[in-house]
Design a protein around this ligand. Structure first.
Ligand code: SAH
Length: 362
């Protein structure tokens, strides 16, 4: 057992089984041994590759959308352009470059802000963004963002926030808990917390025992903070992640290490822990704050925003090898068997703001 696993086991021995959410929070954010505290997750040499790390085109097209949202809001001069969970800072770098070109009027008065929980990754972002144009500020949480209209993006942030799981047992939905097995290793068990029937999607009654249902109050709380601010001050939010547009059942809790699935109990703090994002739940939270929420797939969004045209323009100035690389990036971002369909997008805007459309939203 590594030292984080020892500490988690000690906590279980002292205080009883942990919820999946508490286990996930310790593995990802323990201040000494947590995954985001220590490990470099991104890129070919890391554990996973995110859309902005695949291609600059992702950040460019998101910038175009945010710029349209800013114009639709009447070009508020003191806007904040923010990213939550910026990883290496690549998306913000590509967005800032694009916004300086297409929206100097926005850049003239805007604050550029990064909201990052991990001090190590904030330092990586500072290095990526050094000399990238506007002055950037960093925030540990959303609370300290300037009190101004907020134009915010998040890519693969919600999946990194803890989830809770409930398992159907004798007709009741009981919280899944993590305890210690006879050999001292971690095992799944059943705790005592239950889930109220009105928290379950239709069809729950006919599901067999053993079915898993997931909720993520921490994700909803983040959405609520963003939604409340946009409702109060104006702005827009756009969020990408893998997940589902309609609520469903099933166990999506998983570990990812070196681009492969791994054991969620294998080496705490050394593998990413994640689960599919319930976009419908996040949309409901935004709507509860009076916002309009639209959802689509990453493929529909990027293709609708002009991915192919952008790739064609980049390709014009490129040699054959670079053109093939651009083509493979398009495939990676928008191909139906790659990120295109699995990844979804949620856009939130104040009601009454007419535009920008979310390509592909029904
Ligand atoms: N958006 C980046 C990185 C995604 S990984 C990309 O697409 O490449 C998730 C990021 O969210 C990491 O930077 C992680 O440290 C950060 N993070 C996780 N929980 C957070 C929280 N509660 N507040 C702010 N950032 C958080």
């Amino acid at each position: 057992m590594n030292s984080l696993a020892e500490r988690i086991a000690g906590q279980i021995r002292a205080a009883g089984p942990l919820s999946v959410a508490d286990y996930m929070a310790m593995c990802l954010f323990d201040p000494e041994d947590g995954y985001y505290t220590n490990r470099e997750p991104f890129g070919a040499a890391g554990d996973f590759v995110t859309a902005p790390e695949v291609s600059q085109m992702f950040g460019e097209l998101v910038a175009v959308w945010l710029c349209e949202a800013w114009r639709a809001a009447g070009c508020p001069p003191e806007a904040t352009v923010a990213e939550v969970g910026p990883g290496r800072g690549t998306l913000m770098k590509d967005m800032a470059r694009t916004l300086r070109r297409i929206a100097p009027d926005l850049c003239a008065g805007a604050d550029f802000a990064l909201v990052e929980a991990s001090p190590r990754l904030a330092a990586v972002q500072r290095a990526t963004l050094a000399g990238a144009g506007p002055d950037f500020t960093w925030h540990d949480t959303l609370d300290s963002l300037p009190d101004a209209p907020l134009f915010i993006v998040g890519n693969e942030i919600f999946d990194a926030l803890p989830l809770r799981q409930f398992v159907k047992r004798d007709g009741r939905w009981l919280e899944r808990a993590i305890g210690l097995g006879d050999n001292g290793g971690f095992i799944f068990g059943i705790g005592t917390a239950t889930l109220a029937a009105d928290a379950l999607p239709p069809g729950a009654a006919s599901k067999p025992d053993g079915t898993v249902f997931e909720i993520a109050p921490v994700r909803e709380a983040m959405m609520a903070m963003i939604g409340a601010r946009i409702a109060r001050r104006g702005g827009a939010g756009i969020f990408f992640d893998y997940g589902h547009l309609a609520p469903g059942f099933g166990d999506t809790f998983q570990a990812v290490r070196r681009h492969r699935g791994a054991d969620v109990f294998g080496d705490p703090g050394q593998a990413d822990l994640t689960s599919h994002v319930d976009f419908a739940a996040l949309a409901r939270v935004a709507q509860a704050h009076g916002l309009q929420a639209e959802m689509s797939t990453q493929a529909e969004f990027l293709l609708g925003m002009g991915l192919l045209e952008r790739a064609g323009r980049l390709g014009q100035a490129a040699d054959e090898t670079a053109r093939e690389k651009i083509a493979s990036e398009v495939e990676r971002l928008a191909g139906p068997d790659q990120m295109g369909d699995l990844f979804k997008v949620l856009a939130v805007l104040p009601t009454g703001v007419d535009a920008p459309p979310l390509p592909g939203a029904s």
